[in-house]
Design a protein. Structure first.
Length: 201
């Protein structure tokens, strides 16, 4: 299966050849991957992500969602192309395109506060257009949302302090700090890091 998936991502492969390889995978119940979200993890699409802009844009209309998703992750795409990919019918493609600098705040907040929680959420929270004030709202949300806030480099000091008092018995409150563990075993480095963040030089 991995060998087949590797072939699917080859640069020199035609769309027709990719379709045939996907059909081959579909014929085996254990390797049905046409719509599987695991397929990109088996692919090697670094060549596409690092390709010149004109080559990447040529794949923006690919019939394969994983090819479009690789293109959508580019930060240098023209704004109109990024907007088109943000509206792609495939969710993974649309989410990837939201990291583009042209994404407006309304689209970022809709993505961040939507369901399900997007993978790689920090890239959207740290987007220049994301309203930092919304972090306070996230800090009162579900556990994983509070953890996202704790990891943010621009978190307000009072909010950071509030999160360190989080009653959840886990490393949640300290997840944004290196070498930190549960409240009962917080090493000195936690407090040094907290002090540095609250009292910058």
């Amino acid at each position: 299966m991995r060998r087949c998936a590797t072939l699917i991502g080859r640069r020199e492969l035609s769309d027709d050849a990719r379709h045939r390889l996907l059909d081959l995978l579909e014929q085996t119940p254990a390797t049905r991957m046409r719509h599987s979200r695991t397929l990109p993890h088996e692919l090697s699409l670094k060549w596409l992500r690092k390709a010149p802009l004109h080559e990447r844009t040529a794949h923006a209309s690919s019939p394969f969602w994983f090819m479009r998703a690789a293109v959508a992750s580019g930060q240098d795409l023209p704004d109109d192309l990024a907007e088109r990919l943000r509206n792609d019918p495939d969710a993974d493609v649309a989410v990837a395109a939201h990291a583009h600098p042209s994404t407006p705040a309304t689209r970022l907040t809709a993505l961040v506060f939507g369901t399900p929680r997007p993978m790689g959420i920090q890239r959207f929270l740290r987007h220049p257009s994301f309203p930092i004030a919304r972090l306070t709202e996230m800090a009162t949300g579900p556990d994983e949302r509070r953890e996202d806030v704790a990891r943010h480099p621009e978190i307000a000091p009072d909010l950071l302090v509030a999160l360190t008092r989080d009653p959840v018995p886990s490393s949640l409150s300290w997840s944004g700090m290196p070498d930190c563990a549960a409240p009962s075993v917080r090493p000195p480095s936690c407090f040094r890091d907290l002090t540095a963040r609250l009292l910058p030089e």
